[in-house]
Design a protein around this ligand. Sequence first.
Ligand code: ATP
Ligand code: MG
Length: 233
Amino acid sequence: MSSLIELKGVIKEYKTGPSVIRVLKGIDLSAGEPGSIVAVLGPSGSGKTTLLNLMGALDKPTAGEVVVLGMRLGELSEKQLTEYRRKKVGFVFQTFNLIPNLSALENVVLPMEFLVPGDKQAGEKGMHLLEQVGMAHRAKHSPAKLSGGEQQRVAIARALANDPDIILADEPTGNLDTSTGEEVVSLLTDLVKREGKSLMVVTHDDRLASLADFVLHIRDGQLAPETPIPPPS
Ligand SMILES: Nc1ncnc2c1ncn2[C@@H]1O[C@H](COP(=O)(O)OP(=O)(O)OP(=O)(O)O)[C@@H](O)[C@H]1O
Ligand SMILES: [Mg+2]
């Protein structure tokens, strides 16, 4: 069976003016199984978001190969990458990123393929997702009228809209207080397990890290020694 993530010699550089910064400095890793939770830990600026963006095909490595659930992202065409981002991956962000002038339900329905907000089928599917995150009673509210934890629940429902294989979450509890963060963590991990999805999550949250099947430590663009590297298979 293929790993959840495989990274082969992954380098990522950013050009800012005349200078080039190497943010990821050659990462080799094969970790997690489909259906598992991988946590990414590391100090600020170590390259965690950069890594997650590569996994979600929001950006491309300067060199090396990124393989997610057996899919070699470097071999996909632009069209296939768009499909990958839309259908295989669900994104959850620290700042929720809901669209302010849409209701909770409309936010969840927006990414759905072939379904238009206002359609009966879209509405039903969206309501079902909102029920799963305990937010059906707030379906018509705009994000501004929701608490941070509620907004993140809606964002999780939105991430599930196209039934993705993997959820990529970048510090999903970073803007929440401890107890709200814990609720969101339980929700996210329960949903992922129940639906048989994979989760890769950047976190400073010890509780979230302790629930992970694999913890990847990154420091200054490299795997830190505390990452347990499985022997080559
Ligand atoms: N688009 C970009 N252009 C230039 N430099 C960038 C860009 N994106 C990130 N960087 C730099 O790459 C490094 C790693 O950034 P990244 O966002 O991956 O860190 P992080 O581990 O997610 O940090 P944090 O915990 O603060 O979110 C930082 O030094 C950052 O300034
Ligand atoms: Mg980050």
